[in-house]
Write a protein that binds this ligand. Sequence first.
Ligand SMILES: [Zn+2]
Length: 441
Amino acid sequence: MRSDAKRRAVKKAVAREARTAKRLASRIWELAEPPMQEVESSRLLADYLAGRGFKVEFSVPSVPTGFKATCGKGRPVIGFLGEYDALPDCGLEKGTYGHACGHNLLGVAAAVGAVAAARMLEAQKKRGRVVYWGCPAEEALAGKVYMARDGAFRRLDACLAWHPGNRTGVKAAGGSALDSLVFEFYGQTAHGASAEGGRSALDAALLMDVAANYLREHVPDNVRMHCVIREGGNAPNVVPGYARIWYYTRAVDRAQVDDITRRLIRCAKGAAMATETRVRVKKITGIYSRLRNGPMGELVRDNLVLMGAPRVTQADRDRVKKLGKKPDFEKGVHTEISETAGKASSDEDSVSWLAPLGAFNVACVSKGVRGHHREYTAQSNLPFAHRGMLTAAQVFAGVCWDLVTDAKLLGRIRDEFKKGTKGFKYDPLIPKRQRPTLDNV
Ligand SMILES: [Zn+2]
């Protein structure tokens, strides 16, 4: 198929799903379910795909709101990654969850892209399978990590992902590698005013934090460490017998994170020794930084250019103005592929070590909107956001079509992937049977 014919076929296949797509995105936006509790959101997407002829399996017991939906026959097998979890304190009403990262759009676009791609392959009698992976708890950086540990994302020839944003383009580099670690300190309670016999777990947590601050001087520039104290006692007159501090360690390189984590654990142990308390370390999740794939990035970029960035209307500007934001939108597609790694992290980068990953952004909100803030939530259910979502679906379908019908191109992508993973064995980075425990970290 020539590129203009492909463009028309893709746009037609996506347009057929547009109404359903908007309804799904709005409904998931309203539901705004927390990580690992996306029961209804995952069900909505699974039912939608089942209704379009996909075989749906909720097949990862450790991640009950994750699922796989497959359509087609034979090879190649192209994976589509979808997410649908919301963020705490980001709902429009105080104290509620909200879609401040646009995952209501994210999961739907990948699903619609998968349906459109499957339709096109069917219509042209092409062999190949489309596999949608419904991935919960991205915000907790955990869903794909646990799914990958338990066998997901294997035997894919390539895999596609996107994220809503305020620009349209391809980021080759992905984000930072990360460990998420919880340190629990156990001490002895005593009266706060007569505390000789007490051993403060809170002192241990604070001392660990002091040690971590000294550690910052002796790490590479790109390293990030940040923490929250989740529990540190209940009353000043009781020496805290228990404290819990939760850390993220991040760096561009997975090996750097391994090393920083090792040294941070020493800070914790040192603090426990000094305070005569006991420490227990639990790794909640660990993710890789992305394995880049040059030809894949170019293919995604070319499809973005072919489909075009979502158009901006005066009504879009008015709506944003009404929300108190500058009505400024990025227009067009960034054709240069960004090679700068982001400071934040995403568990999709771990998948890039299991299959060649192509990832892109589509503008869905105005410029200058803060991510993980309710002003993002307010924009992620507007007509412009829905238009961006449909553009993303088109790119998914277009890239999938090229991967299935151009064996030479897929071969180049696979070769690059093989080169990058030579000698690499996927380490899940989390304990074998540990279940994702997100509510009590
Ligand atoms: Zn996100």
